[in-house]
Design a binder for this molecule. Structure first.
Ligand code: NAD
Ligand code: MG
Length: 399
């Protein structure tokens, strides 16, 4: 670092670099090359996309989670003439999240697969830009404890939680906060009754009206499970009791969430639905950075509507709520069953309404245990995946 550098340069690891959040994060980083360097890029199995990102961003390290793809990554980097070092497998991911190759980690792997590297970054005291909400649902207490003990600074980049974080100015929700209101777009099927949801297709379910996202979270948005996961996420991130969290459907997706204080003030954060704003907040906090996102023209949008969520047509929200209240391993079971069900839906193996049915039957089938160790949570996760898979194999085609 030279004396003329205006800011200390931060080395950023992007986990889930080839995904929707990863791509947005790299877009923001590339706007600030003096200030941030993408030093580690990691992806699940798409080697070609990862190598292409390495050509553009020139990280020191690239990791592919699937260990069988190591040679393809190494050769791809070499053929592209890059000095980037190739790594493969989960242990390499965790070591790079914790090591001195980065000081900031963007946790944007999808699903429970993101938990080990997220925990490693938390324990190692990194600035942690947390998009991987499933890790908080699965192991919220352990992850928050690891962050506290490791001295990690978590900035949520889920848009709602990033909004709450901004309204709270980076603090915990204390006695001065009366409640938080998490907004929800309502997804592509807002306004439909249960009967009208039976035959919806994968293409319809992933066509989100306001946000462009990966397939899993898009389906979660269509079932409203995403909002349920986000309620649990808020409970852990901000230390909020369930009674102080509410969900408000807001179809325009311009108000990203609100915080009501005891004096009657409500603060909200507004902006266009583009994750680069939340990522820029995470990268620059407490400073503001240019993100590439335009400002909000309220005259052009005209109106902001709000309505109550329909938990009858979309039972996943209520299922998540009761799993949060049950505590222990219940949220881990909910999350695992949901991951299995969403994956089966995306593969065309089950219908849309089977998603809440499978989550509910898995929660009913398995006992709730205390969430006192990672081992116990991972065992609950594995057992829930098996139970849900078995239930799917017994379903008639497209139930
Ligand atoms: P995506 O499907 O677009 O990308 C997922 C990324 O994870 C890819 O880079 C993929 O290679 C990687 N990956 C998948 N399995 C992996 C594994 N086993 N090991 C390592 N890497 C693996 O997903 P996304 O929409 O970018 O979402 C990522 C996370 O961010 C999710 O937890 C999601 O809930 C959360 N999130 C996303 C958005 C959004 O706008 N997309 C908003 C809020 C929160
Ligand atoms: Mg969100």
């Amino acid at each position: 670092m030279s004396m003329s550098t205006p800011f200390p340069s931060r080395r950023v690891a992007v986990f889930g670099a080839t995904g929707s959040i990863g791509t947005s994060a790299l877009d923001v980083i590339a706007r600030h090359r003096q200030r941030f360097q993408a030093s580690v890029l990691a992806a699940g199995s798409n080697v070609d996309a990862l190598v292409a990102l390495c050509v553009r961003h020139r990280p020191q390290h690239a990791v592919i989670a699937d260990p069988t793809l190591f040679a393809r990554l190494r050769d791809g980097l070499r053929d592209a003439g890059l000095p980037t070092q190739a790594h493969a497998g989960g242990e390499a991911l965790d070591a790079l999240a914790a090591g001195d190759q980065c000081d900031t980690v963007i946790a944007a792997i999808v699903g429970a697969a993101g938990l080990p590297s997220t925990l490693a970054a938390a324990r190692a005291g990194k600035r942690l830009l947390l998009a991987n909400k499933e890790s908080l649902v699965l192991a919220g207490e352990l992850l928050m404890r690891a962050a506290r003990e490791g001295g990690a600074e978590i900035v949520p980049v889920d848009s709602e939680h990033n909004a709450i974080f901004q309204c709270l100015r980076g603090r915990d929700a204390d006695a001065q906060v009366r409640r938080v209101l998490i907004t929800a777009s309502g997804g592509p099927f807002r306004g439909r009754g249960r009967a009208e949801l039976a035959g919806v297709t994968v293409a319809q379910a992933v066509a989100h009206p306001k946000w462009s996202m990966g397939p899993k979270i898009s389906v979660d948005s269509a079932t409203l499970m995403n909002k349920g996961l986000e309620v649990i996420e808020a409970h852990h991130l901000f230390g909020l009791q369930p009674a102080r969290i509410e969900v408000l459907v807001h179809p325009q997706s311009l108000v990203h969430s609100l915080v009501e204080f005891i004096d009657g003030s409500t603060l909200a954060q507004l902006g266009l639905p583009d994750m680069r704003t939340a990522l820029a907040v995470g990268l620059g906090w407490p400073q503001r950075l240019e993100s590439g996102v335009a400002g909000l023209d309220l005259l052009q949008h005209g109106r902001l509507d709000f309505e109550a969520p329909d938990t009858e047509a979309f039972p996943c929200l209520a299922l998540a709520w009761s799993a949060m209240e049950a505590g222990g391993t219940a949220p881990a079971i909910l999350n695992a069953a949901n991951e299995v069900a969403v994956s089966a839906f995306l593969q065309g193996r089950i219908g849309f309404l089977a998603i809440p049915a499978l989550v509910e039957s898995t929660l009913t089938a398995l006992p709730r245990e205390p969430a006192d160790s990672l081992q116990r949570l991972l065992a609950a996760d594995a057992q829930a995946r098996q139970t849900a898979e078995r239930a799917i194999s017994r379903l008639p085609p497209h139930a």
